[in-house]
Design a protein around this ligand. Structure first.
Ligand code: FES
Ligand SMILES: [Fe+2]
Length: 426
């Protein structure tokens, strides 16, 4: 149980708050790359602030496409920069044509071509940095020199990219607490799935049946917290225990195995909205995956037209739990117990990271060293279930909303056949 003050501190992400100060040390996705190819300016809300993110028409000095991000509010008289015009070297407000470069400096006032540089110096717009990686546009809106954008394998590995995303009406932290909560798999994705399948007459995915936990474990490491589980019937050499998978501090989880790798990205849009992305890469052993020109992106559904949660798929069940906890879960009324040890570990990690950020130190998982790839621990044989895990996850996961779902399943089935897997494993 927390006090109201502790709960506020952990959940408020706006400027000047302790958590907001911490979270401004990291990069966040703010758009899908494709969106800025379709149209070069887009609104983005991040950490309680509104921004206009844009793509410049020409590549930057490194030869890669160049992007910028500025405060949505024009410093002249407040019109939205989302309705601005992108030019070769910056963005111009649509209302009276004030122009700002990528650093946010006001470089031209249309109606006053001879305005003094001294005056324009006071007219800059707040800006951040933006970059493309892995089919997403990422932004850094904190102070000081931006750290490296961490190139976790998900964003750079070979494979077919599939990005399901939707906005959820709840605080991002309750989603993160779910990432260190192994027991919910047994109930929510096991017993509840079975209950529902029985009453609604469908077949539940066998990979999620009877996953009874014998024990759980957590290890803090330089990118977050590794989560381990030992299921009844497994020994300590099983991937789920020996390797586990990580919560990636402060707003992601890396999960998967059996040829599907997924970064779950929980972008804190504001205190009560999270942009929840299921960023999957399909690359099963036993097959050459075809080249993909563009990551496929789509919105997954989580609520039906009567306002009921869609709970007949795995992530839909999670979303039901996250959103029904309330827009910001009231942690003054919770009953934390032994099995919530992962949640306690995470809150402590946030507490320490907030202290580091407040003291001006780089908090955990801020990466300053240039690098090609960051490989995170991840079990390969999830729940010991082979390829059936991959195909069932597509059928009964948010990937079922993907326009390429059938092709993805075909890929996994062909790969399993090429590997010679026993047919009851897929
Ligand atoms: S409000 Fe943007 S130029 Fe006037
Ligand atoms: Fe879950």
């Amino acid at each position: 149980m927390l006090t109201q003050e502790q709960n506020d501190e952990l959940t408020q992400v706006g400027p000047g708050t302790p958590m907001g100060t911490l979270l401004r040390n990291y990069w966040y996705p703010v758009a899908i790359t494709r969106e800025l190819e379709d149209f070069p300016v887009k609104k983005a809300r991040l950490l309680g602030e509104d921004w206009a993110v844009y793509k410049l028409p020409n590549p930057g000095p490194d030869g890669r496409p160049a992007y910028g991000i500025v405060d949505e509010r024009c410093p002249h008289r407040g019109a939205s920069m989302v309705y601005g015009m992108v030019e070769d070297d910056g963005i111009r407000c649509g209302y009276h044509g004030w122009k700002f470069d990528q650093d946010g400096t006001c470089v031209e006032i249309l109606a006053e071509p001879d305005s003094s540089p001294k005056f324009r110096e006071q007219c800059g717009i707040k800006s951040g940095e933006a970059q493309e990686l892995g089919g997403l546009i990422w932004a850094y809106v904190g102070d000081g020199p931006a750290p490296e954008l961490p190139r976790y394998s998900a964003y750079v590995m070979e494979g077919i990219r599939d990005i399901g995303h939707s906005f959820l009406p709840c605080n991002w932290l309750q989603i993160m607490e779910n990432a260190v909560d192994p027991y919910h798999v047994e109930s929510l994705h096991g017993m509840y799935f079975e209950f529902l399948a029985h009453h609604k007459n469908f077949e539940m995915p066998s990979a999620f049946k009877s996953n009874k936990h014998e024990k759980i474990g957590f290890d803090v490491f330089e990118h977050g917290i590794v989560k381990r589980r030992l299921l009844v019937g497994q020994d300590e050499e099983s991937d789920d225990w020996k390797i586990g998978h990580p919560l990636v501090f402060p707003y992601k989880m890396w999960v998967g195995g059996n040829g599907v790798y997924q970064m779950q990205i929980r972008v804190p849009v504001d205190d009560t909205t999270t942009w929840m992305l299921f960023y999957s890469v399909h690359n099963p052993d036993g097959i050459d995956v075809p080249e993909q020109a563009h990551a496929v992106d789509y919105e997954y559904e989580w609520i039906d037209d009567k306002g009921n949660y869609i709970v007949d798929y795995i992530e839909g069940q999670d979303i039901m739990a996250w959103v029904t906890q309330g827009d910001i879960v009231d942690r003054t009324r919770e009953k934390i117990t032994k099995s919530d040890i992962g949640v306690v570990t995470l809150r402590k990690m946030f507490r320490e990271a907030m202290d580091d950020a407040a003291a001006g130190k780089d908090p955990v998982a801020v990466v300053r060293e240039p690098h090609d790839d960051i490989v995170l621990p991840l079990e390969r044989d999830k729940f010991g279930r082979g390829a059936e895990f991959a195909t069932q996850w597509i059928d009964r996961g948010s990937m079922r909303y993907s326009p390429q779902a059938d092709d993805l399943k075909k890929l996994h089935l062909e790969a399993a056949a090429n590997r010679g897997d026993a047919s009851d494993k897929f």
